[in-house]
Structures are given as structure tokens and as C-alpha cells.
Ligand binder design. Structure first.
Ligand SMILES: *Cc1c(COP(=O)(O)O)cnc(C)c1O
Length: 477
């Protein structure tokens, strides 16, 4: 599609009053004024609408396609959440409004923290982090502040399993720690001997997620927590994906001390394209003093913002984080209630196991155990035609499915990580199986067709690394 900047209709999509000054303050000096007019698009409002509607139709998203993107939980974004988040009372409330005027907003924040804490077996938390990765950063900083408050300055290492999401080692590194990778064994579990070998008075924390990114629940979790605690370390739980465990098991009960949740995954708020997110951080009693500022607390006279906690890691986000995302997450929690969230998790796990059972007759499932909300397939069956996960994922686009997560986690070659979520219905799951069955036949009979996919979209195969590293957005400036 032609860039909007090249539409030269000599028309305008807006209309400003002419010859009337728009402001009453002084004109900026000439030296600061632009000498040449900006090369803005010149097209009518109608053409502008068509341009953006056309772009939206080219997109592949959860509203148009099944989107089994493992570790990302692309579930329905309920429209009632959008309605609530756009109520003028929320939209127009000022972030600096006095507490007594925004009791409703504070109550939403405070009650959501209480709800998330009880869902996860934690003592309290903060909604300030604007992403899962920022929640991790907050949590690891809190663990660091905790050790320092005890005068323990020697704990310089964070242990991270090799199956971890990339944000885990990145977080530990950014927070000033040395990252120590821990190998997984053939069952996809953390290797306990390797863990023991790396635990020492230098251990600040272990970052872990359970179920792991392989979609497997670790049965050794209590043993792992015990080992780390005995070495004086703390356990960080990557709770980006709670979709398998809500009201079934709580990270606090597994022995974790700090964690984050992605409201923009499990709690159904929209994501993709880089934002806006919300990654609340939650923690046990001993870590409460280190939570970011300000804290939302319930007092006899109403909800308050607490600023005077001297041990806090400080302010993380401007104002109150992504409040509109918090409103959506709050409504999702209230509408489901705890029993509804348990049902969400049960359905998510049933759907994943249904798909896995069907697909493992076509492709290799490296772990035979019952899976949680997602599972791994090893897509190397057509290696003799030089067809891998990437090619099969691209071909799925032609069959009307967003590609699953590919090549992650890194420890399984040619991985597909598939997460169907509870909000898809069985016919859609069956259609996905049939699409992959057809693609498997094509891969054998017409390998070139698969290797050059997609064929039905407005763009073919992109150089995605180049597109991410050297974005060429517009050269008219
Ligand atoms: C998505 C995800 C994250 C990071 O969350 P962002 O909001 O993208 O920063 C961390 N860990 C896991 C396991 C994830 O799936």
C-alpha cells in the first residue's frame, strides 16, 4: 500500500480556523520557526480513513485470526473491558488529583492488588511496572535491596535456567547481577545437581517459572525452593503466564518470594505491537518494605497513597502505571471471580492437551508428559527438504492462522510453542490440526511451496531481523 505521505491529492483531512491566532501567548522567535513547510500528507479525510482501514485489514490479530502464540496468551480481549476503560470518569481523571477526589480509582488499584496477592499467595504488591520485564526488574531490585538491608553485599549472582524467557537474564544483568545459567535435564526439569553446584553465599536469587516455558509443571519445586532458601537466596517467579494455575496452585505456596504477573496476558488486556502493558509485582511479607512507590493502602478514612517507605526501591513509572490497563484487568478479575478463573485455567490446560494429543501424531512432541497451558513440538520432520519451524509457521499464515511462537525456548531445536488458550472453541482447534496436516503433506510433495510461503498475504517473506534492527520507517523527512 502506498505510504500516506505519498498521497498528493492537494486536499486536507483537517480544517483549522484561518487568520485567527490559535494562541494568546507570544509568537516564538523566527529563529525557532520552521522555514520550509513539512511534507505532510495532503489527502482528504475520506482517503485517510480508507488508508488506515486498509492497513487494519492487512493485519493479523486476535480479532481476526486464531493466534496460538506460546508464552504470549493471546486470548479474547473482552469488549466490556474496553467500555469500562473508556468511561469518562477514568479517562479524564487527572493523575495529580487529590486522593479524596479519586477514591474510586485508588479502590480499583488497591482491590486489584489484594486480589492478585490472594490469587498468588503473596502478601502485597504494586501495579506500577508497565510491562512484565519491568515487573521483573522491580522484583530483582527488591531482592537486592533486601539483601543489602541485612548488610549482605556479597550476593552478586542470579541463577536462571536455560529454558527461561529472555527477559529473565536481561533483567538480572540490568539490575547489576552476574547471570548464571542452569541446565535443564532430558525431562525439561531443572538439573538439581547443577543447581546445587551453583548455589553459594554469592547467590542472590533464582529466577524461575512453573510451569516452565516448555509447558511443564516441575514436581520438584518445593525441593528447589528449599535448596535456594537454605543457601540464603530468594526465589523470583516469572508469572507472565498464570493461565494454567489460577486457583489451582499459588506461587507463594510453592516457595516463591517475589513475582510479577502480566495483566496483558492472563488478565486478557490487549497486547502486541509493543504496548501498553502492566506487569504488577507481588511479594512476601519480608519484601513489602522494598516495593516501588507510591503504595496504595487501605486506611480507616479511605484509600491512600503511601510515599514514606524509606527502604523502597523508589519510583518506577510516572504516576500510577498504565491505569487504563489496570481497569481492564480489574474488571476481568471481578467478572470471573476466583471460581471463574479456576475454570479459565482448567479449560486452557484441557485445550492444550487436546491439541498436543492430536498433533503429536504428526510432529515430534519431545516431552510426553501431560502439558499445562502450552506445549512444545519439534518441527524437524522435513529437515531433509531443509524445511524447519520457520517455514511451517509461515505457511500457516496462508491457512488463516497466526504463527505460533517459533525457536523458543532455545533448548528444543526447531521448536513450535503452542498455546491455544481457553477462549478458542473446539472447531478452531480442529481446523488448526487439519491445516498442519495439509502442510505436512505439502512439505513432502511440494517443498518449494512451503519454503517460499506465505503466498496469500500482501507481503511475502520478510527479512525480519533486518526489519527489527534497521527499521526504515519513512524517508520523506
Ligand atoms: C511475556 C513474558 C515476559 C515479558 O513480559 P513483557 O510484558 O513482554 O515485558 C516474561 N516472561 C515470560 C515467560 C513471558 O512470557
Amino acid at each position: 500500500m502506498t505510504s500516506i505521505f505519498f498521497k498528493k491529492q492537494q486536499r486536507s483531512a483537517y480544517n483549522l480556523p484561518r487568520d485567527e491566532p490559535c494562541w494568546t501567548y507570544d509568537q516564538p522567535p523566527d529563529s525557532l520557526l520552521r522555514q520550509q513547510p513539512l511534507p505532510l500528507p495532503s489527502c482528504s479525510e475520506l482517503e485517510l480513513m480508507r488508508h488506515f482501514s486498509g492497513l487494519a485489514q492487512k493485519n493479523i490479530g486476535i480479532d481476526t485470526h486464531a493466534y496460538f502464540l506460546g508464552s504470549c496468551t493471546m486470548k479474547l480481549n473482552p469488549r466490556i473491558n474496553e467500555w469500562a476503560a473508556s468511561l469518562p470518569a477514568f479517562l479524564e481523571s487527572h493523575p495529580l488529583a487529590p486522593e479524596e477526589l479519586v477514591q474510586g480509582n485508588l479502590r480499583i488499584m488497591g482491590e486489584l492488588i489484594e486480589f492478585l496477592a490472594s490469587l498468588t499467595g503473596m502478601a502485597g504488591g504494586s501495579l506500577l511496572p508497565n510491562a512484565g520485564a519491568q515487573g521483573e526488574f522491580a522484583g530483582i531490585k527488591m531482592i537486592r535491596a533486601f539483601h543489602r538491608s541485612k548488610g549482605d553485599l556479597e550476593r552478586t549472582q542470579v541463577l536462571v535456567p536455560d529454558s527461561a524467557h529472555g527477559t529473565n537474564p536481561a533483567t538480572a544483568h540490568l539490575a547489576g547481577f552476574e547471570v548464571v545459567p542452569i541446565r535443564s535435564d532430558g525431562e525439561g526439569e531443572m538439573d538439581l545437581e547443577e543447581l546445587q553446584a551453583h548455589l553459594s553465599p554469592k547467590t542472590a536469587a533464582l529466577m524461575l517459572t512453573n510451569p516452565s516455558t516448555l509447558g511443564l509443571f516441575s514436581r520438584r519445586i518445593e525441593q528447589i525452593a528449599d535448596l535456594v532458601h537454605r543457601a540464603g537466596g530468594r526465589l523470583y517467579y516469572d508469572g507472565a503466564n498464570l493461565n494454567a494455575i489460577m486457583e489451582i496452585v499459588r506461587p507463594g505456596h510453592m516457595g516463591f518470594d517475589v513475582m510479577h504477573i502480566n495483566l496483558h496476558k492472563t488478565f486478557s488486556t490487549p497486547h502486541g505491537g509493543g504496548g501498553p502493558g502492566s506487569g504488577p509485582v507481588l511479594c512476601s511479607h519480608e519484601l513489602l518494605p522494598f516495593l516501588p512507590l507510591p503504595r496504595v493502602v487501605r486506611k480507616a478514612e479511605g484509600w491512600k497513597l503511601l510515599w514514606d517507605t524509606p527502604d523502597s526501591i523508589g519510583q518506577l513509572a510516572s504516576f500510577h502505571g498504565n491505569f487504563a490497563i489496570v481497569v481492564r484487568g480489574y474488571l476481568y478479575a471481578r467478572l470471573h471471580g476466583k471460581s471463574g478463573l479456576r475454570r479459565v485455567s482448567e479449560m486452557a490446560v484441557v485445550h492444550a492437551n487436546y491439541l498436543k494429543t492430536k498433533l503429536q501424531t504428526l510432529f515430534k512432541a519431545p516431552f510426553s508428559r501431560f502439558c499445562m497451558h502450552e506445549f512444545i513440538l519439534q518441527m524437524d520432520r522435513f529437515a531433509h527438504h531443509s524445511i524447519g519451524a520457520w517455514d511451517l509457521a509461515k505457511r500457516l499464515l496462508d491457512y488463516g492462522f497466526h504463527a505460533p511462537t517459533v525457536h523458543f525456548p532455545l533448548i528444543v531445536p526447531e521448536a513450535f510453542l503452542i498455546e491455544p488458550t481457553e477462549t478458542e472453541a473446539k472447531p478452531r482447534l480442529d481446523a488448526f490440526v487439519e491445516a498442519l496436516r495439509t502442510i505436512a503433506i505439502e512439505a513432502e510433495e511440494e517443498p518449494e511451496r512451503v519454503k517460499t510461503a506465505p503466498h496469500s498475504l500482501s507481503v511475502g517473506r520478510l527479512d525480519e531481523v533486518c526489519a527489527a534492527r534497521y527499521p526504515h520507517l519513512q524517508d520523506v523527512w
